[in-house]
Design a protein around this ligand. Structure first.
Ligand code: HDE
Length: 686
């Protein structure tokens, strides 16, 4: 850890025998009184000469920096990447040598909201990983969805302006359910595939630990012999993929603004380290040419059924940041940071990103020296002749600040020299491929197919997932006020699936508009199970949270057994009671709960159990908070386990028996699942 950062905690200790270090100003001057500013007399004016006050307020006034223009709201963690497979046939990068461990910092984010917005809006999630490799930093700056809204970086400012809060009224915060986003989206059919993902439960992750990550673009890899391959990167969560449902996500915003941040922090703090596998889809020019889509188009993915994902390593997050600002806020990712063996493709979206990130860091962090911040600095030797600039933190020695030089011949230190053998050489140099042509503002022909993969995605979803997608379109478009927008979007959807378009139109009460002409007729692609959340969920309690509602006279043995059983499966049991500090159990012992009923709504749990005596159940059935607690758990398709005595509360909450409603014996097994079959009985979906 960097020593300067310890300043203030490792200084001189107090002379009067206390263990505290001495509080000082930034100039190291001991502070005698941190409670009172300097005044001219007891009731007199504050004096300008009070340098302790001035310095403290001055620094405070400048604590904030510009937030990220996108992905402003984020949560980070340190960890390690371990290469688990010999990948040298494809890539020469040292971090992929089997058994190599590389420290990483990961930042997850939402896209549209500001830094202080909530964790659970319907939004894409960023999944950015900085690998501090022995050959320099590699940043894999991805999202939790494998495709993107647009094909060319020149449209990015338009997309983001349209998606963020509207320019004049400054709302809505952190959400796309408004006119400008859907105006843009409906005018840009290339957004259609990504819209399908965005309207699915992928944008409502249950936990940052339960979502996939994707590099999206095709990158290029080079092995030691100079052989090139294309690659797509995938992160696969060991806990499986799981999402919440819309009503739950909405209520989570009220229950806990920091739901994902807290979940990540607490999991790491308790030693339940989140893990992902890094997988790759490796392919060559010949494969690329044979596909009905262009692999340089970021609105397209490669189905895993056509090209299996090869697992080459494991990511584990095992340390929370010491300081949010110094690390999570100041971390600066740049897709242009690649190590020898990794290179870019000509994806026009990627190419634009290569400029944007470096540029934005200067405006966000205020200096071209942002790479010197501890969270951004490489962990391998770094030497060059770049000098000076605001906030220069290093003190370069000697006369050499240019190259070539012959200073070493005069006995001085001439500094570092280039190294072709170890340096990064662009992929097309390695292959001798020529990449030139007339200057044109065009896209390649296959980019014009905006619907084949959107349709493939739709057909890959199970009926519950399809209902969620159709309903989200209907919800978002119901928030749009300008009459031309919704019909235009539905007209585009007719190219994806007539049934989907009809369902959205019906839900909005709109006549089905004429089908929009497709700029290129879609082709049929086989559905892909890998694209469905439901087909890839893992029945696990590990990583999940179970809420246990108790009250006076709850059976002490049953409570202990249930807490143990949940823990034995790797789950986290949390006890909730009407009064947090004092619940008298059946054996007379007093139980402190982890949360009070009013402040701990059931949406923060994956499953709930009601351990209630007959009398408590009767009482709670008359309490709105308790009834709502159970009603929401049922409505959010969660397992509910209950003592027979709890029946009055179940009845009051309208809980009807199904596979997810069990006695205590069946509960732990039931708690590993969600009950999507229950949903059509509860709410009208499109
Ligand atoms: Fe970004 N993006 N982006 N983006 N992006 C930023 O960089 C940009 C795109 C992604 O946790 C910014 O440091 C352009 C795709 C993540 O710090 C900015 C284009 C993908 C993060 C920027 C894209 C991403 C960012 C804002 C279109 C998925 C958060 C602050 C060509 C592969 C990283 C910053 C973090 C952040 C530009 C499109 C992912 C402005 C121009 C596609 C995860 O530079």
């Amino acid at each position: 850890m960097n020593e300067e950062r310890q300043a203030g905690s490792g200084g001189e200790t107090h002379q009067q025998g206390s263990d505290y270090p001495v509080l000082t100003t930034n100039q190291g001057i001991a502070i005698a009184d941190n409670q009172n500013s300097l005044k001219g007399g007891e009731r007199g004016p504050t004096l300008l000469e009070d340098f302790v006050l001035r310095e403290k307020i001055f620094h405070f006034d400048h604590e904030r920096i510009p937030e990220r223009i996108v992905h402003a709201r984020g949560s980070g963690a340190h960890g390690v990447f371990t290469a688990t497979d010999d990948f040298s046939d494809v890539c020469k990068a040292a971090l992929f040598k089997s058994g190599t461990e590389t420290p990483v910092f990961v930042r997850f984010s939402t896209v549209a909201g500001g830094a202080g917005s909530v964790d659970t809006p319907r939004d894409v999630r960023g999944f950015a990983v900085k690998f501090y490799t022995s050959e320099g930093n590699w940043d894999l700056v991805g999202n939790n969805i494998p495709v993107f809204f647009i094909q060319d970086a020149i449209k990015f400012p338009d997309l983001i302006h349209a998606a963020k809060m509207e320019a004049d009224r400054a709302y809505p915060q952190a959400g796309t359910a408004h006119d400008t986003f859907w105006d843009f989206a409906s005018l840009m059919p290339e957004t259609t595939h990504m819209l399908m993902w965005a309207m699915s439960d992928r944008t409502l992750p249950r936990s940052l630990r339960m979502m996939e990550g994707f590099g999206i673009h095709s990158f290029r890899l080079i092995n030691a012999e100079g052989k090139e391959s294309f690659v797509k990167f995938h992160w696969k969560p060991k806990l499986g993929i799981q999402s919440t449902i819309w009503d739950e996500a909405l209520k989570l915003q009220a229950a806990d603004n920091d739901y994902h941040r807290r979940d990540l922090y607490e999991a790491i703090a308790s030693g339940d380290y989140p893990e992902w596998e890094l997988g790759v889809q490796v392919f060559d020019e010949e494969f690329a040419r044979a596909q009905p889509y262009d692999v340089l188009d970021s609105t397209k993915l490669i189905p895993e059924e056509d090209l299996p994902v090869r697992v080459i390593g494991t990511l584990q997050l095992n340390r929370n940041p010491d300081n949010f600002f110094a690390e999570t806020e100041q971390v600066a990712f740049c897709p242009g940071n690649v190590v020898p063996g990794v290179d870019f493709s000509n994806d026009p979206l990627l190419q634009g990103r290569l400029f944007s990130y470096l540029d934005t860091q200067k405006s966000r962090l205020g200096t071209a020296n942002f790479h010197q911040l501890p969270i951004n600095a490489p962990r391998c030797p770094m030497m060059n002749f770049q000098r000076d600039g605001q906030m220069q933190m290093t003190v370069p020695q000697g006369r050499a600040n240019y190259e070539p030089n012959s200073l070493s011949q005069g006995g001085e230190d001439g500094g570092p020299r280039e190294c072709p053998a170890r340096g990064h050489s662009p992929a097309n140099l390695a292959s001798g491929e020529r990449e030139s042509g007339p200057k044109l503002r065009v896209r390649s022909e296959l980019f014009a197919d905006h619907y084949s993969q959107a349709r493939m995605f739709w057909l890959s979803q199970d009926p519950h997932e399809q209902a969620h997608i159709a309903s989200s379109f209907a919800f978002e478009l119901s928030k749009v006020e300008m009459p031309q927008i919704a019909p235009r979007l539905v007209a585009n959807l007719r190219n994806v699936d007539e049934g989907l378009a009809q369902r959205v139109a019906n839900a909005l009460g709109l006549p089905l508009p004429e089908k929009a002409p497709a700029s290129r007729e879609p082709v049929d692609m086989e559905p892909s199970d890998a694209l469905s959340i439901h087909k890839n969920m893992k029945p696990l309690l590990k990583g999940r949270q179970v809420g246990i509602l108790i009250a006076d006279e709850t059976d002490a043995n049953q409570l202990q057994q249930l807490v143990d059983a949940v823990g034995a499966e790797g789950g986290k049991a949390m006890i909730v009671a009407p009064r947090i500090h004092a619940t008298k159990l059946s054996d007379g012992t007093m139980q402190k709960a982890d949360g009070g009923l009013l402040g701990t709504p059931s949406q923060i749990f994956d499953a709930v159990a009601l351990l209630l005596s007959a009398e408590s159940a009767q009482l709670l059935a008359r309490q709105g908070a308790a009834v709502q607690w159970v009603m929401d758990a049922f409505g959010h398709l969660k397992a509910i386990g209950a003592t027979p005595e709890a029946q009055p509360l179940l009845d009051k909450a309208g809980v009807e028996k199904d596979a997810g409603v069990t006695d205590l014996d069946g509960f732990v097994e039931a708690a590993k699942h969600r009950y999507y079959d229950r949903e059509p009985t509860l709410r009208m979906l499109a």
